[in-house]
Design a protein around this ligand. Structure first.
Ligand code: MG
Length: 386
């Protein structure tokens, strides 16, 4: 029996992870989880699973819930998530929180030699260097949940240091605004940007898909996970999202992974790897008839994807600047404070204005996070726009 901790249990990936756990009660038990704002859903899950540990946002919420559920230990904040991630009885930590708050729990879980099933790409973008140092020391194990990276992981058959790899090809749906020209993006509303054509996802990642920021983050995620140079990582537009990604090998052979547009398969594989067990929904082979359609990415249409490569190649703290600036900008867009195009404008400004620094510890990242968030918040306050 594997004891699972789910950080971000009430989000889209967290909920799907709970479904996977419930489908295999003989294999998995939900021993710990964290949630943030959705306290009602969190309480339901405590009633259903009677977890040993729960992390919440703050001390007051923890104390209040402890009275209601005396058998569960409540902790709070990032420290609380780290306590759960590092608890010795946990076998697998699913990191499904949104944004860079995932980084410290990932580091903690790896230090305690856990398997980390990672849905949180921002932690690898900001702290990939620190995370992979631990993985390369043989501490812990990192298995991707992000559909593109799970696809590549499956094609590589678990071998992440494969010299036989010629190219990694990440597929991109194009996001909610893929049929808009740049001139048409000026007055895009929150509702339009949140309508993803293929995937049911949380609001932050849906906006990131529309700006192609998500694919930019995924390029960096692939760089760290698979140790493949940026000039061998390519993105291709694939509007049906049936091919989740592809590996080209040096002998000219392509392997691609195909499946339904549902995160359960990659979530479950990250939990059962290297074993495979049944999962629903599945996809009829006949659907593949319409799947093999690919187009070149237009980097002038999606400048954040181009910038992602530049930032990724620069490395050190600059990817963190790119990521933190985006986190603040997307939040402001979703609150109606800035326009859609201001997201990329603010990210570009932050990357150009903040000096890159060597990344040697988590403190370097905390400093750059503060600096970036301050700069972007000021620009928003001043009403700076493209
Ligand atoms: Mg993805």
């Amino acid at each position: 029996m594997k004891k699972i901790a789910v950080l971000g249990v009430t989000g889209v990936i967290g909920r799907q992870t709970v479904e996977v756990i419930k489908a295999h009660p003989e294999r998995f038990t939900l021993t710990a989880f964290s949630f943030y704002q959705n306290i009602e859903r969190g309480k339901q899950l405590i009633k259903e699973f009677a977890p040993a540990y729960v992390a919440v946002s703050d001390q007051a919420t923890a104390e209040q819930l402890a009275k209601e559920f005396p058998k569960t230990s409540f902790v709070w904040g990032i420290d609380g998530m780290c306590q759960i991630a590092g608890a010795t009885e946990i076998d697998i930590v699913v990191v499904a929180v949104v944004g860079s708050v995932g980084l410290q729990p990932v580091l903690k879980a790896l230090k305690e030699r856990q398997r980390v099933a990672l849905a949180n790409k921002e932690s690898l973008v900001a702290g990939g260097k620190l995370i992979m140092e631990l993985v390369h020391q043989g501490l812990g194990e990192l298995v991707p949940i992000d559909s593109e990276h799970s696809a590549i992981f499956q094609c590589l058959n678990g071998n992440t240091k494969d010299q036989a790899v010629a190219e990694l090809i990440l597929t991109a749906s194009g996001g909610s605004l893929r049929n808009y020209q740049r001139a048409e993006l000026k007055n895009v509303t929150i509702e339009q940007a949140l309508k993803h054509p293929n995937w049911q996802m949380g609001p932050k990642i849906t906006i990131d898909s529309a700006t192609m920021m998500n694919k930019g983050l995924e390029v960096m995620e692939a760089y760290w996970l698979f140790g493949v140079d940026y000039d061998k990582i390519n993105v291709i537009l694939h509007k049906t999202s049936d091919v989740h990604s592809c590996v080209k090998f040096i002998d000219g052979s392509y392997l691609m992974q195909v499946g339904p547009k549902d995160p359960k398969q990659p979530i479950q594989y990250a939990l059962t790897y290297p074993e495979r067990v049944p999962v629903l929904p599945q996809m009829p082979f006949s659907l593949l008839n319409q799947s093999f359609s690919f187009e070149k990415m237009d980097l002038a249409r999606f400048p954040l994807l181009k910038l992602a490569y530049e930032v990724g190649r620069a490395g050190e703290c600059l990817p963190a600047v790119f990521n933190y600036a985006n986190e603040i900008a997307v939040k402001a867009f979703l609150q109606g404070k800035i326009s859609f195009l201001a997201i990329e404008y603010l990210v570009e400004k932050a990357v150009n204005q903040i000096a890159n620094h060597a990344l040697t510890s988590i403190e370097d990242l905390l400093t750059i996070e503060k600096q970036t968030k301050q700069l972007v918040a000021e620009m928003i306050k001043k009403g700076m726009k493209p």
